[in-house]
Design a protein around this ligand. Sequence first.
Ligand code: NCD
Ligand code: ZN
Length: 343
Amino acid sequence: MHRITITRPDDWHIHLRDGDMLKRSVNDVAAWANRAVVMPNLTPPVKNVNDAMAYHARIMAALEGYPQFEPLMTLYLTNSTTPDDIKAAAESKLVCGVKLYPAGATTNSAAGVTGLETLKPTLEAMQSHDLPLLVHGEVTDPDVDIFDREAKFIERTLAPLTDELPELRVILEHITTEDSVNFVAEARSGVAATITPQHLLFDRNDMLVGGIRPHLFCLPVLKRRQHKEALRRAAISGNPKFFIGTDSAPHTVETKESSCGCAGCYSAHAAIPLYAEVFEEERSLDKLEAFTSHFGADFYRRPRNQQTVDLVKIDNLSPDSLQFGPSTVVPLRAGELLKWRLE
Ligand code: NCD
Ligand code: ZN
């Protein structure tokens, strides 16, 4: 039996939700991660330190065991986030960054920013307090095709921003294109990217050929194969700018299997086995540990975890569905074989 031991991972981008959904989502990730960067796109969003403290308390109350688990909270950048909000966040031990959602770009982004021009003092405060900016990198211009929205965002917003604020640490979240891989690889230090399991495993043909598969729909949307291959090369490259961020985002089966289905894939039940499968296919299992367990901690200036986990190569069935309180979620790879299992 093939077994590998790696430093215990973290998840640098996850959606835990709230209310009935919270118990399952938090315990699924705490089973394998020591830390998770918790996205703030609740309704209403997590806008300031007080909101973050209250949400943190609800997350801790939902944990069943896992005393090591540390949720790292984020604030939701809005048009009215002030430099004082940033100062308070930087001084809070709980908050690790601020999330930029262009208004209308994705799930629960209606309160997001409509333009960065008026937020200059807020972004400067983030730079001076060394509080990282986490970015959903898609333009929302209706004239831009959905498959081009990430590349356009780099050109119109991200490249100028990283020049204007040369010390601001920026994470381009859940990258989906070769353009993003190249941008991040060539960017100044302090610019990094997270990569999800779904964007490494699937391309748009998997979602659309032979029928539409709503459980593969997430944002930014899956792209053509060439982009998946570029993401795989980045993940296995050993470049510390690329690290794990699952973007695990539960939606109920009814809201996914709908005439206007929600964006988001749930992977927290099996994230590390899914990444392991990709790294094994790329004959790069020796690069898995740094991607899942070292580079993100280094970027966020947190100690690497001390504990280890074992991954065992054994076929095992991913569940057809998962119970989230009264609701049902269909996870990534539902009802299919996984090749690795975490012990
Ligand atoms: C996320 C969600 O459901 O909250 N959905 C997604 O498709 N990734 C939001 C996000 O990260 O864009
Ligand atoms: Zn996300």
